[in-house]
Ligand binder design. Structure first.
Ligand code: FAD
Length: 455
């Protein structure tokens, strides 16, 4: 009987344990991707992720064809679709990688309830989530000791090359057409900035890595400076599983130099999966219960101004426009815009989480939720709500001038003295808005709200 090879956010052939197991089984292999927009509680992919998915599936289908196989596309609830495919093809086994989003774990239970034999493998993370625990056997809540434990279990296994061939069945089940899935924007086409920046797929991921490695020694020095290219920009490739973290780990170590900081950032990705494995609702509810009483403002116009990059804070607006145009935002600026929404505007972090989910090409349930709750100080980690970033201080401190000139073109002519906080006259001349809220005023309002929930 053939084997179903179930792809999710692990869209690669190299160092993909389920691909290896299926190819070595001796049975014919039917690779399948299921787009689930139906199951309640299954988070529908955001628009930017759908754009990415289109390119990634196209690339995977091409790579499978080069191995003598092809990719079957189906839509619907994963368990139903896979059961149906098993029936059509006579398959009894399904092979795939472990995922930790709550909806995937529900789908896995449903598949097993249907009597199908589901084999899941590790390899999308440095260490299988849930297996790094404290002396008392409980999961870590704080990153630093978590990362210390992970490092003790490094290196990860050497990455495995893609199999030379993946045996195909004699008869193919029907596949839907990728173009029928309408994953790409049509009218308006908001994706030219995406096309200019990104090449989804395993080949694109490898190219990104090859471009980053020679500069990785500058990572520590530059990673906080949004004006300079310094970080890897591998996040969407990692989010779609187009490259394995073990591949990155070994490539970075082989490159040598100061890669420790880069690898410890990669460690946050593992940490986030551990958190959602333990707290499946992390993207929907503040972990600290007193946040339920927070007097968030219902301020749709302020939320819109933030989304559109029209807050009157150049560093915030540059970040939000970079996000809109390219589907990505520099990490330092993500922290600034998140703090600004939650503290200065006193808007519930979940609105920010949802906007990022829809607009980021690297949108990831765990990483997004963990970082938003970190910014809010509502999470299981040690960060506090009272840590309020000052955008006008952060902007010169991290040399954001050129970054602002690029993404807020109406301010492009301003010099270093004015670019971070233009005078009212300059703002009028440049048709750039006044600050939506004063820094001190926003800060005081946030602190007062926090004092209120703390009694
Ligand atoms: P690099 O600096 O080159 O780091 C390498 C890899 O490590 C990244 O690709 C990423 O997978 C991982 N990583 C780095 N920083 C973090 C971090 N703080 N948390 C978790 N993983 C990290 N990242 C996402 O991938 N998806 C998200 O949905 C997401 N939402 C975020 C929301 C907020 C409010 C904030 C503050 C951060 C968020 N991040 C998210 C984390 C981080 O901003 C991005 O991973 C990073 O900017 C990606 O750029 P890079 O690939 O050049 O990173």
């Amino acid at each position: 009987a053939p084997i179903l090879l179930w792809f999710r956010r692990d869209l690669r052939l190299a160092d993909q344990a389920a691909v290896v197991a299926a190819a070595q089984s001796g049975a014919p292999v039917i690779p399948v991707y299921v787009l689930d927009d139906e199951t309640p509680k299954h988070r529908k992919l955001g628009a930017a992720s759908r754009w990415w998915l289109h390119g990634s599936l196209k690339s995977l289908a091409r790579d499978l064809e080069a191995k003598g196989n092809r990719l079957i596309l189906r839509r619907g609830a994963a368990a139903e679709v896979l059961a149906q495919l098993a029936q059509e093809t006579g398959a009894r086994e399904i092979h795939g990688l472990h995922h930790y989003e709550p909806w995937w774990r529900n789908a896995e239970k449903a598949i097993r309830r249907k009597g199908l034999d589901l084999h899941l493998y590790d390899g999308n993370f440095l260490i299988p989530p849930g297996t790094v625990t404290t002396g008392a056997g409980t999961p870590y809540r704080i990153y630093t000791p978590f990362w210390r434990q992970v490092q003790m279990r490094m290196p990860p296994a050497e990455p495995v090359a893609a199999p030379a061939r993946i045996p195909a069945p004699d008869l193919w089940p029907a596949s839907e057409m990728l173009s029928d899935w309408d994953l790409l924007p049509t009218r308006p086409d908001w994706a030219p900035g995406f096309r200019a920046e990104w090449t989804p797929g395993e080949g694109g991921a490898q190219d990104r890595l090859d471009a980053f490695l020679p500069c990785s020694s500058l990572y520590e020095e530059r990673r906080n400076l949004p004006s300079r290219p310094g970080t890897s920009r591998l996040s969407p490739h990692l989010a779609f599983g187009e490259i394995s973290p073990a591949t990155l780990w070994h490539a970075a170590m082989y490159q040598g130099g100061s890669v420790g900081v880069f690898l410890s950032e990669l460690g946050w990705r593992d940490y986030a999966q551990n958190i959602i494995a333990e707290f499946p609702d992390y993207g929907a509810h503040s972990a600290k219960p007193d946040f339920e009483a927070m007097p968030w403002r219902d301020a749709p116009d302020d939320l819109k101004a933030w989304q559109a990059g029209m807050t009157g804070y150049p560093i915030v607006d540059a970040g939000m426009r970079e996000l809109w145009v390219s589907g990505w935002m520099h990490n330092r600026v993500r922290m600034i815009v998140a703090s600004f929404l939650i503290k200065h505007l006193l808007i519930d972090w979940r609105h920010g989480e949802q906007w990022f989910w829809d607009t980021l090409v690297d949108a990831d349930y765990g990483q997004n939720a963990v970082n938003w709750q970190w910014s809010a100080g509502s999470g299981v980690d040690a960060n506090q709500f009272t840590r309020i970033m000052a955008p006008l201080t952060q902007s010169p401190k991290f040399e954001a001038g050129d970054y602002i000139r690029r993404w807020v073109p109406e301010l492009a002519g301003l010099d270093e003295g004015e670019i971070h906080d233009p005078t009212p006259i300059t703002r009028r001349r440049c048709s750039y808005p006044m600050p939506i809220v004063g820094h001190v005023e926003g800060r005081e309002r946030a602190l007062a709200a926090y004092r209120a929930i703390k009694g």
